[in-house]
Design a protein around this ligand. Structure first.
Ligand code: PXL
Length: 278
């Protein structure tokens, strides 16, 4: 069985980071190992969340894994809360990278032109450095613009702009970059990817749904990492991950009792499992 290591926080309530990555990667029939970086009562969009930093535990955990000769088919990092954690995760990449596995970095820092609570430009610069060690990075346009010191444009950009951003992202050092939340017409929303080794672009769009929700980036990145680990091509993996994210949002919109803080990805899991085994 394949094994993925995912490094991100536990937001106890909030349907994001580890509480999303674990079930989604497991649904792919992949063992999920976790390195929790912090425990928050909720994600940071709630008022008054608590935050217990786990930085001090990270190195002893990974040292033990080394002693036990544990390795991974992919390493996937998400939300990271401090400069020190970025440094430690970069060391973990060094220690656990092999020529058979890949590293996926989701530089979770913001959305809609704004950084999440606790982040600033200096942090996005350090995250850009972490991205240079990845095989594939999956920022949204906000995160990409902060990392590249580009003006964020909410809409009205064209394909040339997106292609330029993607090339700049791969110049940071990652071999492949995927931009999420791309829309040229406000009607269709999707992803645009670039493989710098093959000099190939990919895009995949679906009709934009009327509402957006927290945690969809984590749903997408977890599904993408799972699909790639199961051996899908980047193009097929992107299709699987976008379809799953859109299905999750659709189920959420159909749910009268939906909560505001996350998507009902759970209801879309059976379909995801079918799409992987097709
Ligand atoms: O969904 C990304 C995410 C992950 N972890 C924490 C967050 C967020 C987004 O706000 O606050 C703690």
């Amino acid at each position: 069985m394949k094994r993925i290591l995912t490094i991100q926080d536990i937001s106890c309530v909030g349907k994001c980071s580890l509480t999303v990555a674990l079930p989604i990667i497991s649904a792919f029939g992949i063992e999920t190992s976790v390195l929790p970086t912090a425990v928050l009562s909720t994600h940071t969009a709630f008022n008054g969340f608590t935050f217990q930093d786990l930085t001090a535990n990270l190195t002893s955990i990974t040292k033990h894994w080394k002693e036990q000769s544990i390795d991974f088919d992919a390493i996937y990092s998400g939300y990271l809360g401090s400069f020190e954690q970025l440094k430690i995760v970069s060391n973990i990449f060094n220690d656990f990278k092999t020529d058979k596995n890949f590293i996926l970095v989701d530089p979770v820092m913001g959305d809609n032109g704004k950084l999440y609570s606790g982040f600033n430009q200096e942090f996005t610069d350090s995250m850009a450095q972490l991205c240079s060690h990845a095989d594939i990075i999956v920022p949204n346009l906000t995160e990409a613009c902060f990392m590249l010191h580009e003006q964020y444009i909410p809409h009205g950009y064209d394909e040339d702009f997106i292609k330029r951003i993607l090339k700049s992202l791969t110049s940071l050092g990652a071999k492949k970059a995927v931009l999420t939340g791309v829309t040229f017409d406000g009607v269709n929303l999707g992803v645009y990817g670039y493989d710098s080794e093959k000099d190939e672009y990919f895009s995949y769009f679906k009709e934009k749904l009327p509402e957006s929700f927290h945690g969809t980036g984590d749903v997408f990145a977890s599904a993408l990492c799972g699909a790639l680990t199961r051996g899908k091509s980047l193009k097929d993996a992107l299709t699987i991950a976008v379809d799953f994210t859109v299905e999750s949002i659709k189920h959420t919109l159909e749910n009268q009792d939906r909560n505001w803080y996350g998507v009902d990805f759970e209801t879309a899991l059976p379909q995801l499992i079918k799409s992987i085994n097709k």
